[in-house]
Write a protein that binds this ligand. Structure first.
Ligand code: UDP
Length: 329
């Protein structure tokens, strides 16, 4: 069957890597993006339609006459701190925008829907390794917005027969430098790009001058810094393509964790960055960031079992790819 996939938010970080992989595998791809944080240059040979999902009328008219065999939905705002400062903007963008896209899928009879969710739906975890049965208790509007969309997908499956997979990402990192793809946020808040760009000349608001800040060193972990599960963005992209396949035989709404299954502390990340770059990385200890749990690691066995997905790239490869990308950028 000829596959034509609509990728909302395909100009962003994880979206653009998935678009490239779909193109490499022979899919026809149309990207829908408002380009608020994404980049037109990141969609490669895919068709790009500039549109805000919150503008329902524009959405319907721009997609009129097109037929898709599946939708992957990445579009949305993704900064926890910003979501606390501007919660209604987050609900508008992430919830209203998603609702418009889900309604479009139902009306157009597209029954395969893959959604970018997040480990943020779990809030403060009650165990260090989390599986999909863990309670959904988001502690910020970003995580709440992802949980609300998951609920809409469950109800859409029950009432309209929409089949969906929500992929709950842990810490996306790494790049695909040979394709000119990588993390390109401005301002940047994430650990690995902050550590690597601290070694590079200043440009834009992308990073602040001075040593890397470690947000808290008195957590209940071996070295006192927070532990996260870093997963290569290309491994994430592969999971989306596998999810599209899996949806062919699926009815209902499924949620899957996407992480490497192992954790690294902030200090271990800095040490690995030193190893990869061969440079000393100055850092200082700053106060804890609000809402950071000590440990967040995925139990990724369900995605392995159902999708046949296994992460192929370790932390060293994540940082090597990110470093090549930041130097080229
Ligand atoms: N972090 C840090 N310094 C930074 C950015 C992040 O110490 O400049 C810490 C943060 O407190 C968390 C971990 O690194 O414990 C990962 O944070 P990031 O923002 O990359 O992802 P999150 O886990 O919040 O999604």
């Amino acid at each position: 069957m000829h596959e034509h996939i609509l990728v909302a938010g395909g100009a962003g970080y994880i979206g653009s890597h998935t678009v490239q992989l779909l193109l490499d595998q022979g899919y026809q791809v149309t990207v829908l993006d408002n380009l608020s944080t994404g980049h037109a240059r990141s969609v490669g040979q895919a068709e790009l339609i500039q549109c805000d999902l919150c503008d329902k009328r524009a959405l319907l008219s721009l997609l009129d006459g097109k037929t898709f065999t599946g939708i992957i939905h990445f579009a949305g705002k993704s900064q926890v701190g910003e979501s606390i400062a501007e919660p209604l903007t987050y609900f508008d963008n992430n919830v209203t925008g998603s609702l418009n896209l889900i309604n479009y899928a139902v009306q157009a009879g597209i029954d395969r829907f893959v959604f970018s969710s997040s480990a943020a739906v779990y809030g403060h975890p009650s165990s260090s390794v989390i599986d999909e049965h863990h309670a959904i208790k988001p502690i910020n509007p970003y995580g709440m917005s992802k949980a609300m969309v998951e609920t809409m997908l469950v109800e859409g499956a029950r009432s309209q027969g929409l089949s969906s997979i929500a992929l709950r990402y842990f810490n996306a990192a790494g790049a695909w430098p040979d394709q000119g793809l990588g993390e390109d946020h401005d301002p940047e808040t994430h650990l690995i790009p902050n550590v690597l760009t601290s070694l590079l000349p200043l440009h834009g608001k992308i990073h602040k001058p001075g040593p890397v800040k470690i947000f808290g060193h008195d957590y209940a972990t071996d070295d006192g810094t927070c532990i996260r599960d870093y997963i290569h963005v290309r491994d994430l992209a592969e999971a989306h393509v596998l999810a599209l396949h899996h949806l062919k035989g699926l009815t209902g709404a499924l949620m899957l964790n996407l992480g490497s299954g192992s954790g690294n502390s902030v200090l271990e990340i800095i040490q690995t960055c030193q190893q990869v770059t061969g440079r000393e990385i100055p850092y200082l200890v700053a106060p804890r960031r609000t809402g950071d749990p000590a440990v967040l690691v995925a139990d990724n066995s369900l995605a392995g079992e159902l999708l046949g997905w296994q992460p192929q790239r370790n932390l060293m490869m994540i940082i090597e790819d990110a470093w090549r990308w930041h130097q080229k950028r």
